[in-house]
Design a protein around this ligand. Sequence first.
Ligand code: URA
Length: 422
Amino acid sequence: MDAIEVIVAKRERRELSDPQIDWVIDAYTRGEVADEQMSALAMAILLNGMNRREIGRWTEAMIRSGTRMDWSVLDRPTTDKHSTGGVGDKITLPLAPLVAACGAYVPQLSGRGLGHTGGTLDKLESIPGWRASLSAEEMLAVLRDAGAVICAAGDGLAPADKKLYALRDVTGTVESIPLIASSIMSKKIAEGTGALVLDVKVGSGAFMKDVDTARELARTMVDLGADHGVATVALLTAMDRPLGRAVGNALEVEEAVEVLAGGGPSDVVELTVLLAREMLAAAGVSGKDPADALKDGSAMDAWRRMIGAQGGDPDAALPRAAETTVVTAPSSGVLARLDAYGVGLAAWRLGAGRARKEDAVSFGAGITLHARPGDAVREGQSLMTLHADDATRFDRALAALDGAYAIGDAADPALLPLVIDR
Ligand code: URA
């Protein structure tokens, strides 16, 4: 078999056979298929698609390119959540310890931010001492101690996806439902979780800009999970405006801690509790309700154990950016809309995100929102505070916010409901 045969088959809109898929993924992982050949194939897949059988086999081959973790030594079910990514989406931070406090284990492998969306590991690394890289033995020890662990995937987990995702990122081949679904699900299935809840984001700040495409992605991933014995549920949720009031690494950790302390913005609390209930139900665990675990301090206890077990100091002061500037309301009325992409891009330009994989992020950079769509505002009132280590970043961040918000008589009726579908 050779790479050209496989590329031409997909270019000519033919179905790839199981042996073709198995071979190309294995040969790419070993370095026999070159990056330029794989990027041609990824583009052919993006343009011509794959059917359910091909997506299933592609996912299977990516899982088999590495190791599959096994948590069967644990005495309670495992459950996890994956978000397709958004602006201000810090839900994993309070969610993992919350679900642990309600009786399931949460072994979560997370990623870093790239572009305008943040990454869970970057957020947690703003906590002094916290370590993202753990061995399988360390993961198990943290799970046993805290009930939840959030860490980086080791090199042995779906290495084919690691190579392919980096390639897609620089060849304009990310936005393909078969490639996104197989990428996410190969990692989640290899992670060994027994149940999985997918939070598929919809709107300007998400990969999926419209509900129909998001629904197709969700359906594809739920089917892949079921094929591999992982009880999988998907919710479609709003990402047309940022989630909560904080966007940026340390700022989002602060907000997550507020939620664990029984406070926090209502949309973050609502989604955290809803996803926790779904995760517990998918794992077949009933007992304490997540809303109670936020109030009685048990979710906060699990958070403190989880952070401490990974070397972090849950009581340490979080990094703060040196410079701030305030954006004020140009008129009185109601904040009609606040575009997630514009806010995400501004936070990225402030230093909260990275342009290239090897870049460092600024932990203190980001945006604090003082008004959310639907809130009444007065002319001159502060709408948001921008935080950066270096004041020269403000101009480009302010340019990203140009046109990203509007003041009118009422909230824009086109705003999506927080939970669109299940
Ligand atoms: N996240 C992933 O892990 N893979 C994709 O393809 C897109 C988002």
